[in-house]
Design a protein around this ligand. Structure first.
Ligand code: SF4
Ligand code: SF4
Length: 302
């Protein structure tokens, strides 16, 4: 019952929020289609495993709960709601077809860069609304991404203290992939957010604990389309090179920000627990466009 109410509540925000709209110049339409949600229990052993898989400073739901000043309770009484934000078909189509090359740098479609930029504000709004949803029903709730404990850690390797992809995996929403995204039933061209609550919810069963089942390369040894699409050679059969990827994303940002600047919204980043100057994320994402896993789970239909 509470699960159904929550699903309808989130769907309504996606349908009606002005924050889920492109600017007039791009048609003022929605940029995210309907969400999918999944729920993991706070004591799911997967969260302990993430301290090895993601990094030692990755927090469990209970650790994040306590970091955010909430009362200590048993991890088994916490639930993590993960929300998938799928980009609409128009963005997926134009993102695949309207890429341009300037001074030998491949640039994303403008509509995608704008949506990718606006996605941050909308995700924050959704998380805050979901927290209120629970508080109005006399439960408590918090969000990892909104926490002071959230930071990107850049110490030789890059990871964050709260990985939305890993939370989504625990919540049964998809699996990882060669391009290091999460392939959900509506594809990898999505954004993710999550909320932790003590409200009793029904959990979403994972189809398998195998981490790569939805990626054609890992499941069948085929595809590798994302390797071809990446202009930075950041993806190989050995996986995704975050440093190469990040360097290319900075090149894209240096060119896209001046093109779109009056329309872009700033976003605060935290790196190694310190706030950095505002950035204007504009994405890159060529590895997610025009590939078999862009808008579906490609393993399902093979
Ligand atoms: S494009 Fe193919 S190989 Fe790359 S992540 Fe998607 S399914 Fe896997
Ligand atoms: S985001 Fe861009 S640079 Fe990074 S792997 Fe994908 S296509 Fe390559």
């Amino acid at each position: 019952m509470l699960n159904n109410q929550l699903t309808l509540f989130i769907k309504d925000i996606f349908e009606n929020s002005e924050l889920n709209k492109l600017p007039e110049k791009f048609g003022a339409e929605r940029f995210f289609a309907d969400p999918i949600i999944g729920i993991a229990r706070g004591d799911d052993p997967m969260f302990q495993k993430y301290k090895e898989v993601v990094g030692p400073e990755h927090l469990t739901p209970l650790e994040m709960w306590i970091e955010n000043g909430l009362d200590i309770i048993s991890a088994s009484h916490l639930y993590t709601i993960s929300i998938v934000f799928p980009f609409v078909e128009r963005i997926r189509k134009e993102g695949s077809e309207k890429q341009i090359t300037k001074a030998r740098i491949k640039l994303p479609a403008e509509i995608y860069s704008i949506a990718r930029n606006y996605a941050n504000d909308f995700k924050i709004f959704v998380m805050k609304q979901v927290i209120n949803f629970f508080k109005e029903r006399s439960y408590n709730a918090t969000a990892g991404m909104l926490s002071k404990a959230f930071t990107i850690i850049a110490k030789g390797r890059f990871y964050s203290t709260w990985s939305e992809r890993h939370v989504a995996f625990a919540a049964g929403l998809g699996t990882f992939s060669l391009h290091e995204a999460l392939i959900t039933e509506v594809g990898c061209n999505v954004r993710l957010a999550s909320v932790i609550t003590n409200a009793p919810l029904e959990i979403t069963k994972r189809k398998s604990d195998g981490p790569y089942g939805n990626c054609l390369f890992y499941a069948k040894g085929t595809c590798k389309e994302c390797i071809i699409k990446c202009p930075a050679s950041a993806i190989t059969e050995k996986g995704h090179d975050k440093v190469k990827c990040n360097n290319y994303r900075l090149k894209v940002a240096r060119r896209m920000i001046p093109r779109l600047s009056p329309l872009l919204k700033p976003y605060l980043r935290r790196i190694n627990w310190k706030n950095r100057d505002d950035t204007y994320p504009v994405g890159c994402g060529f590895c997610q466009f025009g590939v078999p896993c862009m808008d579906k789970n490609p393993v399902k239909e093979v």
